[in-house]
Design a protein around this ligand. Structure first.
Ligand SMILES: [Zn+2]
Length: 262
């Protein structure tokens, strides 16, 4: 087993419109990676970030953060294993980095429903759990949340569409393509971003607040969120303290915040 170190210059061809990088490692490019029988890797297929390279090998995801790239899935060909290095930012939007599910070591969902975009609603939550301030601790926190949602709550996947850390980065939960489990009664009409931490008595930092604003702008730009969307806090539509007193007060000054019940 060895680690294949590549440079940005080597990564570049992966994004230039050919599925060859995937085929070369014995994988197939699929529109929905959830049908992969083994692991999947981002950045090896042409045509957009939703197309991912499926490998028949089921391996443990290894996380090793190197600047803005990530060493993820172990891929084995005829018994020789190496690590694929892929770009992790699935967003392609300015001002925000969105770490893909495979970046943080997400489990595959037990099932999913396709979200019919554009969404007319966007909800802000907090996790009421631990804050995280760097990639590794955020990835670990995310895996814990996903385990809790799937194993304790019995859901098919982590509930939120996206999560944001105090590292100022967005993390893909169910993403733009799948219906979430975050805001009862509204899941098929809206996406949700959840701030990791408890924001009853203090605000999330500026970097994370800005990241979520950019995430929403990204969603609009890509057609996943309606231009005329309405923004809410979780407590606007449910009996909960979420997203925390301070964060709830903050989002009421954001564009598109709505005082009208959806
Ligand atoms: Zn909530």
């Amino acid at each position: 087993m060895f680690v294949l170190i590549v440079s940005f210059a080597f990564i570049l061809p992966f994004a230039l419109g050919s599925d060859a990088p995937c085929h070369n490692i014995g994988g197939t490019c699929q529109d929905d990676h959830l049908h992969c029988s083994g692991s999947y890797t981002s950045g090896l297929c042409s045509g957009g970030t939703h197309r991912r390279c499926c490998s028949s090998h089921t391996g443990n995801t290894t996380l090793l953060f190197i600047r803005t790239i990530q060493v993820t899935n172990k891929i084995c060909i005829r018994g020789i294993c190496f690590f694929a290095i892929v770009a992790v930012d699935i967003g392609g939007c300015t001002g925000v980095k969105i770490y893909s599910r495979d970046s943080w070591g997400a489990r595959r969902p037990k099932s999913f429903s396709t979200f019919h975009t554009p969404a007319s609603l966007f909800f802000v939550h907090h996790t009421a759990g631990n804050e995280c301030h760097d990639f590794n601790s955020c990835a670990s926190t995310l895996r814990g949340i996903q385990n809790y949602h799937m194993d304790t709550r019995g859901w098919s996947d982590i509930g939120y569409s996206f999560l944001v850390g105090q590292d100022g980065n967005i993390y893909e939960g169910r993403g733009w393509h799948h219906v979430g489990a975050h805001t009862q009664g509204y899941n098929s009409r809206g996406f949700a971003a959840s701030f990791m931490g408890n924001f009853m008595t203090h605000l999330p930092n500026a970097a994370s607040l800005t990241a979520v604003k950019h995430l929403i702008a990204c969603g609009i730009q890509k057609g996943f969120v309606s231009h005329s969307y309405h923004l809410y806090g979780h407590r606007d539509v449910g009996t909960t303290e979420c997203p925390g007193d301070r964060l709830y007060h903050e989002i009421q000054s954001w564009p598109h915040y709505s005082h009208t019940h959806p």
